[in-house]
Design a protein around this ligand. Structure first.
Ligand code: DI6
Ligand code: FE
Length: 407
């Protein structure tokens, strides 16, 4: 019988393994053996053990990296916000629009009106657009329902997107995205409803892999988020946080204190916040699409994050308001140009550290024996190109869970 299902030979391999310099590149021609959807062996071809393989495929010197992971999206939503985009170009600020009932609330109205099928049909091409760039894992948040039924519908649609595509979808409950009109002026009562009614239903039906919140003056305060996080953790759900995006609201400190998987955005995070993330083992998820769209000028504290050894991830934040970007390669390029991340940091940010931000590093995010065989195979001359070009058809093939998804 066969030891391996597939053996990829004559590859150039960037493993992105932790602590290995230069993209974790394996010197010389490399080989990767896949068995039962996992990496069974990986290394220099000259050291390949003598095993039987069902199928051998020459990679013709192509580059193989871990498949990409988009660890922060809001890609299930109703309607769009192109009119608001025009308003903003004419000078209105994001906060002005939000305070006058537009912004997130206009997407909430459209999402509440949309059926599960409508939401699924609109989101499917977004998932496939990410997949066409080598993405094998996508996180999708709820947060445009803000009532029990619509939040549950959004999460169920996200799960369905995972079932209907080769992409592995991880879902996050973001009911605490903003205060719904039904609870205007009473954010605390809404948090109580999430904790007492929504969370138990979501946990019972296994609809969410994590719980997120938006800690900001236009959304929820630190104490409100803390109450939600405590309830989530009691149910065994990991937490993550939209932190310090528009102002320093102590979000990173809060995330670190709760040992959050990640704190995301972080433009206004202080050194104290960075230290808290380091202490909490939390990933800093940078979202250059939102930074660009909002015309933000306050840069996230990249130097402090590096110095404190906080792992940095990069994601699209794909959403109709502040990051209408459905391309992880574009987010990588923007993170290099605007945040001055290196191309290697960007690639680690959409593989190893994105996996860590989803609590999945033991299972994917680097190329190592025992991990899922989630591979992206590229027509490039070096992995640094992945943060350099955008819109280029450089993905030759993607293998997800050992299966080729795009020949
Ligand atoms: N931060 C963001 O940038 C998005 N959500 C969030 O918490 C914006 C969502 C929207 O405007 O629709
Ligand atoms: Fe977001």
């Amino acid at each position: 019988m066969f030891d391996w299902d597939v053996l990829l030979t004559d590859a150039r391999v960037a493993t992105l393994r932790e602590g290995v310099a230069d993209y974790g590149v394996i010197p010389g021609p490399a080989a990767i053996a896949i068995s039962n959807g996992c990496i069974a062996w990986i290394g220099a071809q000259s050291e390949l053990p003598d095993k039987k393989t069902r199928q051998e495929r020459g990679m013709e010197n192509r580059w193989v990296t871990p498949a990409l992971i988009d660890c922060h999206t809001h890609l299930v939503f109703g309607g769009d916000r192109a009119a608001e985009f025009e308003q903003r170009l004419r000078g209105a600020s994001y906060e002005d629009i939000a305070r006058s009932g537009g912004g997130i609330m206009s997407t909430v109205r459209a999402t509440r009106e949309a059926s599960a099928d409508d939401l699924f049909d609109a989101a499917l091409p977004r998932v496939m657009a990410l997949a066409s760039e080598g993405v094998a894992t996508v996180e999708i948040k709820s947060g445009y329902g803000l009532d029990i039924e619509t939040e549950i519908r959004m999460l169920a649609v996200a799960r369905r997107l995972g079932d209907a595509t080769p992409v592995d979808v991880r879902t996050t409950l973001l009911a605490a995205h903003t205060v719904p009109p039904e609870f205007d002026g009473n954010a605390e009562a809404y948090i109580d409803q999430i904790c007492e009614e929504l969370l138990p239903r979501v946990a019972e039906d296994n609809l969410a892999d994590a719980v997120d919140a938006y800690c900001e003056s236009i959304a929820f305060s630190g104490p409100e988020v803390a109450k939600l996080f405590a309830a989530a953790q009691k149910m065994g759900l990991p937490v993550k946080l939209h932190a310090d995006q528009l102002s320093d609201g102590g979000g990173a400190e809060l995330a670190g204190r709760f040992g959050a998987l990640s704190a995301d955005h972080l433009e206004y995070t202080t050194q104290k916040g960075v230290r808290a993330l380091a202490d909490g083992n939390s990933v800093a998820v940078l979202l250059p699409g939102a930074f660009l769209t909002l015309g933000e000028t306050q840069l996230p504290p990249v130097l402090d994050l590096r110095e404190a050894d906080v792992p940095i991830a990069v994601a699209t934040d794909c959403n109709p308001g502040t990051s209408p970007i459905c391309s992880l390669r574009t987010a990588m390029m923007l993170a290099c140009r605007m945040f001055k991340l290196t191309p290697e940091e960007c690639l680690a940010g959409v593989t190893r550290n994105a996996a860590r931000a989803l609590g999945l590093l033991g299972d994917r995010g680097t190329l190592e024996p025992g991990k899922r065989a989630d591979l992206a195979i590229w027509d490039i001359s070096h992995p640094r190109e992945l943060a350099y070009w955008t819109g280029t058809p450089q993905l030759a093939e993607s293998i997800i869970g050992g299966h080729t998804t795009r020949p």
